[in-house]
Design a protein around this ligand. Structure first.
Ligand code: COA
Length: 175
């Protein structure tokens, strides 16, 4: 998986040494870092390591799941760009709908990192020919919807099309 840089951030592949951070980020959260396999709740360091190895195995010219680090190497979150499930495991051929998703550690929120990381990934993906990106947000996830708006995504309203539940959908097309 390639690295992507922005003014303040480096988006890079997950490494085994990141397991403690990933566990801290994801445990106790409903948000699960998925990679084409059936998502499972992350409870232990072993789960985090297994997730890291799945994420690192993603080999695709556009899609990915990156660790977000600051210039001094501090990890602050994760950023994913992947087809929306259900998709054929590891083949990424099961859906034409691609979503972007973000998770920033509570200690690092309120600094624009999610928006900056997502903006860098969107530019990179559109530059590589991706025609459309969606963001699927829970109706009461106003922080995530604010990120969508900062990114200039268009609100498409509520849908039950994804994840068997009601979501607020956002769309971004190349400019
Ligand atoms: C959604 C989530 C990533 C948003 O994080 P965030 O830090 O609020 O989002 P941003 O990176 O866009 O940061 C924007 C904030 O940083 C502030 N900021 C500070 N310095 C900044 C800078 N240099 N540049 C830009 N914004 C800056 C902005 O003013 C804004 O603050 P405000 O919310 O008080 O107005 C975070 O709440 C999260 O991880 N939630 C849990 C996971 C989740 O729900 N994921 C989405 C699933 S759909």
């Amino acid at each position: 998986m390639r690295t992507i840089v922005s003014d303040r951030l480096l988006l890079r592949p997950w490494q085994d040494d990141d397991a403690d951070f990933l566990l801290d980020l994801e445990s106790g959260s409903q948000i699960v870092v998925s990679s084409g396999a059936q998502p499972t709740t992350m409870k232990t360091r072993k789960d985090a390591l297994a997730s890291i190895r799945r994420l690192r195995a993603i080999e695709h010219p556009i899609y990915g799941n990156w660790a977000i680090a600051t210039a001094n190497g501090r990890l602050v979150g994760n950023l994913l760009l992947l087809p929306i499930p259900p998709w054929a495991e590891q083949s990424f051929s099961g859906s034409n709908d691609v979503e972007i998703g973000w998770h920033v550690h509570p200690d690092a929120r309120g600094q624009g990192y999610a928006t900056e990381a997502a903006d860098a990934v969107l530019r990179d993906a559109f530059g590589r020919g991706l025609p459309r990106v969606l963001a699927v947000t829970e109706p009461d996830n106003h922080a995530s919807q604010a990120v969508c708006r900062r990114l200039g995504m268009t609100a498409l309203g509520r849908t039950t099309r994804y994840y068997d539940t009601i979501n607020e959908l956002f769309e971004k097309l190349p400019s």
